[in-house]
Design a protein around this ligand. Structure first.
Ligand SMILES: [Zn+2]
Length: 290
């Protein structure tokens, strides 16, 4: 499929390991979601996307009483276990053409903060990017992308509200250490992340967070703590499979993401995300590009 086949939608959900174990949205049991189209693979300048789905939430769920449409892609758009071939750039190219203004994502991560347990949910307010990936921001915007407050305060408040209905412990803030895929971290790396005041580590929050800002969209994400990070002491944990956590969580975190999109109320949106992108005057742009 090509650019002309991209529907105009305001919203997108990036699926992650939280919904790895179940077909999204079919397996969530969420009432009022309809699949309009699936298997939508788009040709982009970065390669072909994973198959996306085009969903609609029924009018009785939304604050404006209008049906709400969104695009979704599983497992961050990856074509395997690693972000080979710029999958985030592929899906954000589609989101930008679709006119998406709200992007949410879910995933899982290792708990660095010793107060976290597997099964908890963390909604990060910030990240530190420890990856060595190239930042393809310039492809999406000529403006300067600030990374202050990278997640939307309004979306985080919706995530907090919806996640509390499904999970026992939900943390509405935390710093996410973005590590390089695909291997997990050494215990020394985790100690280093802890010294840098990181609470949870994973491999996906970047580049999603800053590409969302580059296309002018609000972004927030929520992560299931799937395991203790390496070296974080836990005398009771016997190294049970993180896949057990995924199986236990896929329908619940899927309902959380759909609930956030359904509840989104533009008249109550009080975030400042739009202020964190700085327009470069044409006179300066012309000198830079000339
Ligand atoms: Zn925002």
């Amino acid at each position: 499929m090509t650019e002309k086949d991209i529907p105009k939608v305001d919203f997108a959900i990036i699926g992650g390991s939280g919904t790895w174990a179940g077909e999204f949205p079919e397996a969530t049991g969420f009432k009022g979601v309809r699949v309009l189209q699936k298997d939508m693979e788009y040709e982009t300048p970065f390669g072909t996307t994973q198959p996306m789905k085009w969903l609609e939430l029924s009018a009785d769920l939304t604050p404006d009483r209008k049906p709400r449409q969104l695009l979704t892609v599983p497992f961050h758009g990856y074509h395997g276990l690693t972000p080979y071939d710029n999958p985030s750039e592929q899906i954000f190219w589609v989101f930008q053409k679709a006119g998406v203004k709200t992007v949410i994502a879910e995933g899982s991560g290792g708990g660095i903060n010793p107060l976290l347990d597997p099964g908890d949910i963390v909604i990060p307010h910030d990240f530190i990017d420890f990856t060595k990936r190239p930042m393809n921001i310039r492809f999406f915007t000529k403006n300067i992308v600030r990374a202050v407050n990278p997640t939307c305060s309004y979306l985080r408040s919706l995530f907090y509200e919806k996640a509390q209905a499904e999970y026992r412990r939900v943390f509405p803030r935390g710093v996410y250490a973005v590590a390089e895929a695909p291997r997990f971290e050494t215990a020394s790396e985790i100690r280093f992340f802890a010294d840098a005041h990181c609470d949870i580590c994973g491999q996906t929050m970047v580049p999603e967070a800053y590409l969302a800002r580059a296309i002018g969209a609000c972004y927030a994400s929520a992560y299931l703590v799937s395991n203790y990070a390496e070296g974080v002491e836990d005398p009771n944990w016997k190294g049970s499979s993180i896949f057990d956590r995924y199986r236990d969580s896929a329908d619940r975190i899927g309902r959380v993401t759909l609930g956030v999109i359904a509840a989104f109320d533009r008249s109550r949106q009080n975030c400042r995300c739009g202020e964190y992108i700085i327009e470069i005057p044409d006179t300066v742009n012309n000198r830079i590009s000339g």
